[in-house]
Design a protein around this ligand. Structure first.
Ligand SMILES: Nc1ncnc2c1ncn2[C@@H]1O[C@H](COP(=O)(O)OP(=O)(O)OP(=O)(O)O)[C@@H](O)[C@H]1O
Ligand SMILES: [Mg+2]
Length: 270
């Protein structure tokens, strides 16, 4: 009936240790269809490591990953991208000495082995138009603002037509105006049938945006569900309060987060 790609990611008992450190600990989940998932957790919880396992940048210490029935753990990132899973980086990785357009062509040419340069270029202009980025096509990537570089990364990713898109901190250091745009692009592309996993410390945005929320703490997936339920989960509140603290009745994780944020701001001013 529809020409939407099939999306089924099945992760079972995924773990990664670095020496004695268990960065990802026995994580299992499934993604079915174009879900919009937020991934939160305190600093060092293992969010980026989990992403590195999913996209093949790291090999798991244990566990399996199946994408549409095909086992992909142990595959290289370009192979994982070919089956339809792509990600952006917490620290952007554009080619600084290339123009925006050239940056867009690279992933397209690397993966679309059958497409010719003209088709890749046409696709690049389509993506640039979608991101209202055409006016910057011939600017060098190094001249872009931090937020624009995040957009360029999203554009490079869209060149590959992934069916699952992982964004690692797409809003950090981004001007509020541009943030709104990125937010809009995510919801549009999601409505076109692509699944998203969005990692962010911007709790307000993540709670508004996501339809399903994952919480990692010390490498463990301590919650997976409706954001409105997860926000009241005592284990999640405690993860954000810190180890020895106990959650009080009625306090939710957004309250806690805002208090900590306010204090950090006051300390910054003092
Ligand atoms: N290549 C590595 N070698 C050794 N330890 C690592 C490596 N990568 C990550 N770690 C450690 O694994 C843990 C999880 O790190 P990770 O970067 O996945 O956390 P995160 O949730 O993305 O944190 P943040 O919110 O700060 O980005 C941390 O203790 C980190 O120091
Ligand atoms: Mg990270």
């Amino acid at each position: 009936m529809s020409n939407q790609p099939q999306i089924h990611l099945k992760v079972r008992n995924l773990s990664k240790n670095f020496g004695g450190l268990q960065a990802v600990n026995n994580v299992s989940f499934e993604i079915n269809g174009p879900e919009l998932i937020g991934l939160i957790g305190p600093n060092g919880a293992g969010k980026t490591t989990l992403t590195n396992l999913l996209d093949g940048a790291l090999n798991p210490s244990a566990g399996t990953i199946y994408f549409n029935g095909k086992r992909i753990d142990g595959n290289k990132p370009y192979q994982v991208a070919q089956v339809g899973l792509g990600r952006t980086f917490q620290v952007t990785r554009a080619f600084r000495r290339m123009t925006v357009l050239e940056n867009m062509l690279v992933p397209g040419m690397a993966l679309r082995t059958t497409a010719n340069r003209k088709q890749v270029e046409q696709k690049a202009w389509e993506v640039l138009e979608f991101l209202t980025f055409e006016h910057l096509a011939h600017d060098y990537a190094r001249s872009l603002s931090g937020g624009q570089q995040k957009l360029l990364e999203l554009g490079r990713l869209l060149m590959l037509d992934p069916s699952i898109i992982i964004l690692d901190e797409p809003f950090s250091g981004v001007h509020p105006k541009l943030m709104e745009k990125i937010y809009e692009y995510i919801t549009t592309v999601n409505a076109q049938g692509k699944a998203f996993i969005i990692i962010s410390h911007d709790m307000d945005t993540i709670f508004t945006l996501s339809k399903r929320l994952w919480v990692l703490n010390f490498g463990e997936l301590i919650a997976d569900g409706d954001p409105e339920v997860v926000r009241h989960d005592p284990a999640v509140v405690e993860a954000y309060l810190g180890e020895e603290e106990e959650a009080e009745e009625g306090v939710d994780v957004l309250d806690v987060y805002h208090l900590v944020e306010e204090r950090a701001e006051e300390e910054g001013e003092a």
